[in-house]
Design a protein. Structure first.
Length: 277
């Protein structure tokens, strides 16, 4: 298995992504990390699932090696950057696997390209439809930067690690990713991401109905915002299968990688997945 780093250039900056190609007849998995997380969030998925499936993971704009990048993009912009990369790589109808903000990017992509994926796995994410959110939640999403800046950097890193992961390994991965930023850079990126999410939710006339099969995964110990409440409501309203990840927090794929990998593989087995070209 060989993982290859590649670059897609945009007016706002370079987007770095990594592919792992097995063979033409295998399906493609596209991993989309959450806000402030980089490709390392999906290391255990790339290593294990990359033995069986063709895989792609990116550092979203402003994250990881995709820096510097102008923080003026919208959720739709990210979805279109993803579409451009998939076209460049000739990846048609992959399975999108999005964690937290990565799940929002996947939903934006599926709104713009309704038949662009064979399936969608949401990991500790939430629906983008306005009906799931309270007014207070949307207001809070627009006012996070000052709060983050008021916390000293090392305590903020520890708070972030313990708030997103329930296991020592998951917390270690989150600390490592957070320490790749300066505090001001981290806070600006997080604040932009939350504002971007609020804007996408509040945009009138948008329909985020998903036309491909969906699997919802959520950590039993996910304490990030109202993710557990969102997941329950999302499953109840749509009929999507919701699987609780045992002993896992918000970054459940780092807390319980073997469990999450098995659920993704089971999901793929029942999909009419497009093969590599």
């Amino acid at each position: 298995m060989r993982i290859v780093e590649k670059v897609w250039r945009t007016p706002g900056g370079e987007i770095h992504y990594w592919t792992c190609f097995v063979e033409n007849k295998r399906p493609w998995l596209v991993f989309l990390p959450g806000l402030t997380a980089d490709r390392h969030l999906f290391d255990r998925q790339m290593v294990e699932l990359g033995k069986k499936f063709n895989c792609l993971v990116w550092d979203a704009p402003g994250h990881g090696r995709s820096r510097p990048f102008a923080l003026d993009f919208s959720l739709d912009d990210l979805a279109e950057y993803l579409a451009q990369i998939l076209r460049k790589e000739e990846i048609w109808r992959p399975v999108l696997v999005g964690q937290s903000m990565g799940g929002y990017i996947a939903q934006a992509f599926l709104r713009l390209h309704p038949h662009g994926a064979a399936g969608f796995v949401s990991i500790d994410s939430a629906p983008l439809n306005r009906q799931y959110y309270t007014k207070a939640e949307l207001v809070l999403l627009r006012h996070t930067e000052r709060m983050y800046l008021s916390i000293p950097w090392e305590p903020l890193i520890e708070w972030g690690a313990r708030g997103t992961a329930a296991t020592p390994n998951g917390q270690r991965v989150m600390r490592w990713m957070m320490r790749s930023y300066e505090q001001k850079e981290f806070c600006a990126l997080a604040a932009h991401g939350y504002r971007m999410l609020a804007e996408a939710v509040e945009e009138t006339g948008r329909n985020y109905e998903i036309k491909c099969p969906v699997l919802l995964l959520c950590g039993e110990k996910d304490g990030a915002g109202s993710c557990k409440r969102y997941s329950k409501a999302w499953s109840r309203k749509t009929g999507y299968t919701l699987v609780w990840v045992p002993e896992a927090g918000h970054n459940s794929n780092t807390d319980a990688p073997a469990f999450v990998n098995a659920k993704i593989e089971q999901f793929i087995q029942f999909l009419p997945v497009e093969r590599g070209v």
